[in-house]
Design a protein around this ligand. Structure first.
Ligand code: G3P
Ligand code: CA
Length: 263
């Protein structure tokens, strides 16, 4: 594209739909992810948790209270139990159809059927409880859907975590998958070494963190890291990230962010 030297190519920034198009529709539902694809998002972010019977489901919280009409802890419930709940009515009351829990398999099917390349940013939540079960199942699923990249290939899938342990597990088993170290309040070790915790290739600071520390993203980039920022919904934050050279914006409002980028 015709980008003058020194300016940012706004069209090159990746727009990743956080929990789907989740400002508009209930998070982590098929409808929210479908909407994000229709809106032109480059990729989809989702959180994964292991159920009591070893299935990966896309749920953010430890429990289902906030986002469903039921009660319980995801890891203590079976997929059949979770499937009886409605994950849509808390946000879309009166919707004609209930929204069952979304499995990772269903999300991967949606991406496979999208008809264009869709990036996936999959976040492992609280993985230590399951002695590697989350990572093992995630890699098994990615393998099944042909999403495990060859060593030199550009991967459409990234695995993100606040947990160093989880990122190490992914790296040990599938070193070609890019990993993102998520940081909410601080990035440990930065300054003493250019290496990110967990052997991650990409830094994933929250927007509050980079607003509070304007030197952080430049330092990360000088050290050779790529930077993906969440959750970037405010137009001023979008501009700020562009100035800093952030590569991917993870947002609840993909349509608005794409429009701001001129796409
Ligand atoms: O994309 C990373 C971001 O989702 C991490 O925070 O709490 O929304 O999972 P959280
Ligand atoms: Ca997340």
């Amino acid at each position: 594209s015709a980008t003058a030297p020194g300016t940012i190519d706004r069209t090159a920034v990746r727009v990743i739909a956080h929990r789907g198009s989740s400002a508009a529709l209930p998070e982590h539902t098929l409808a929210a992810y479908r909407r994000a694809i229709e809106e032109g998002a480059d990729g989809l972010e989702c959180d994964v948790r292991l159920t009591a019977d070893g299935q990966l489901v896309c749920v953010h919280d430890r429990t289902v209270q906030r986002t469903s009409n039921g009660r319980g802890t995801v890891s203590a419930m079976t997929l059949a139990e979770l499937s009886r709940l409605d994950f849509g009515s808390w946000k879309s009351p009166g919707a004609p159809e209930p929204s069952p829990v979304l499995t990772l398999a269903e999300l991967l099917e949606l991406v496979a059927d999208a008809g264009r390349r869709i990036e996936l940013a999959i976040e492992t939540k609280h993985p230590t409880r399951h002695r590697g079960g989350t990572e093992t199942e995630l890699l098994r699923m990615l393998g099944y859907y042909g999403l495990l990249p060859a060593m030199s290939a550009e991967s459409s899938v990234r695995v993100m975590s606040f947990s160093e342990l989880s990122l190490h597990r992914i790296r040990r088993t599938a070193p070609a998958i890019p990993t993102v170290y998520l940081a909410e309040r601080r990035l440990p070790l930065l300054g003493r070494t250019s290496r990110l915790p967990g052997g991650a290739r990409i830094a994933g600071p929250g927007i509050e963190l980079i607003r509070a520390d304007p030197g952080l993203v430049p330092a990360l980039r000088r050290a050779g890291n790529r930077v993906h920022v969440w959750t970037v919904d405010d137009p001023a934050d979008v501009e700020y990230c562009l100035e800093l050279g952030v590569e991917a914006l993870i947002t609840n409002r993909p349509r608005e962010v794409l429009a701001q980028l001129g796409r």
